[in-house]
Design a protein around this ligand. Structure first.
Ligand SMILES: NC(=O)C1=CN([C@@H]2O[C@H](COP(=O)(O)OP(=O)(O)OC[C@H]3O[C@@H](n4cnc5c(N)ncnc54)[C@H](OP(=O)(O)O)[C@@H]3O)[C@@H](O)[C@H]2O)C=CC1
Ligand SMILES: CC(C)CCC[C@@H](C)[C@H]1CC[C@H]2[C@@H]3C(=O)C=C4C[C@@H](O)CC[C@]4(C)[C@H]3CC[C@]12C
Length: 276
């Protein structure tokens, strides 16, 4: 099976002229995904809260060769806004080929003090808005035999310390999208779901939040963004990026969980985490 099932190769033409939504595209990995999509000549709709940043990203996308570029600004705390973004795609293009869910609400890397309200808000932004957009986009995606890409984390597959609310939301994405993937097969719907399991990436937010604590080197956001887009276009079930630093912990997870837990802690300078 290994030798005869040659993997399909990614080609730029796969995305040329495709209609794609990218959320959280005003900075970090989402911004880089918009640039890669622009280079492949896709129709792009980007969203986040900060309008002036979206404007700058749009200008850059136009220069890089996007077939078309639009943005809508608003907060994913609001489910009506999540629906509105999908409706905007329908208005613009009358259909959709790929939905890339990438935004997250801001969170802390530190001690969990039982702040249920923060967790509730984060569940809304990181999970419920993903569900809302998926539900609104599914009719169009079924029609186009399109793809859903959900950006998650190693912290949404294994327990990492200091990320209690964040990990809660990312584990939930695995539950929702893995079960939905099964349902789409049962219903004979040809819509692919890709869950992206990412390790530590060098975005400004991540560097500001954890670079003083995490000992290993972050992977580049540009390459990360490209791998996410490729995995979506190839309709892969999961992306592990960076490959080794995600795949090894996932292999250890079910067989040596305590060992993995200690490995993860040893990778951090725990003394440097603020105790406020
Ligand atoms: N960087 C890392 O080390 C890792 C990142 N990931 C995942 O990668 C993805 C991207 O992360 P990264 O690029 O680092 O994050 P960034 O902080 O750089 O980007 C987050 C994006 O989400 C937007 N956003 C924030 N709050 C809201 C809101 N309430 N409503 C709508 N949009 C919002 C931000 O724009 P604005 O503020 O303008 O709204 C921004 O565009 C996330 O899903 C994250 O979990 C996974 C593993 C590791
Ligand atoms: C087996 C171990 C060596 C691996 C440990 C990897 C750990 C340390 C890595 C894997 C995923 C990473 C987090 C992540 O997914 C996203 C964010 C959000 C961002 O805004 C702030 C940083 C934060 C919390 C990252 C912190 C570091 C994490 C936990």
């Amino acid at each position: 099976i290994f030798f005869y099932s040659a993997k399909q190769e990614f080609k730029v033409e796969m995305l040329k002229g495709k209609r794609v939504i990218v959320t959280g595209a005003s900075s970090g990995i989402g911004e880089q995904m918009a640039y890669h999509l622009a280079r492949t000549g896709s129709h792009i709709l980007i969203t986040a809260r900060t309008e002036d940043k979206l404007q700058k990203v749009s200008t850059q996308c136009r220069e890089l060769g996007a077939a078309s570029i639009h943005y809508v600004s608003g907060s994913m705390e609001n489910m009506a806004f999540a629906q509105e973004v999908v409706k905007e795609a329908e208005k613009l293009w009358g259909g959709l080929d790929m939905l890339i869910l990438n935004h997250i609400g801001s969170t802390y890397f530190g001690y969990f003090k039982g702040d249920t309200e923060h967790l509730r808000k984060l569940l809304e932004i990181n999970v419920l808005s993903y569900v809302t957009m998926t539900v609104s986009a599914l009719p169009m995606l079924k029609e186009s035999r399109g793809s859903i890409v959900a950006v998650s984390s190693l912290a949404g597959k294994v327990g990492t310390p200091f990320t209690v609310p964040y990990s809660t939301t990312k584990f939930a994405l695995d539950g929702f999208f893995s079960s939905l993937r099964q349902m789409l097969v049962v219903e004979n719907a040809n819509v692919s779901i890709t869950l992206c399991v990412l390790g530590y990436i060098n975005t400004d937010t991540a560097m500001k939040t954890v670079s003083h604590v995490i000992r290993n080197k972050p992977a580049p956001k540009e390459e990360c963004a490209l791998e996410i887009i490729k995995s979506g276009a190839l309709r892969q079930r999961e992306l592990h990026y960076p490959y080794i630093s995600v795949t090894i912990p996932l292999l250890l997870r079910d067989w040596a969980p305590d060992f993995l837990d200690s490995l993860t802690r040893n990778n951090m300078d725990i003394e440097k985490v603020k105790r406020t």
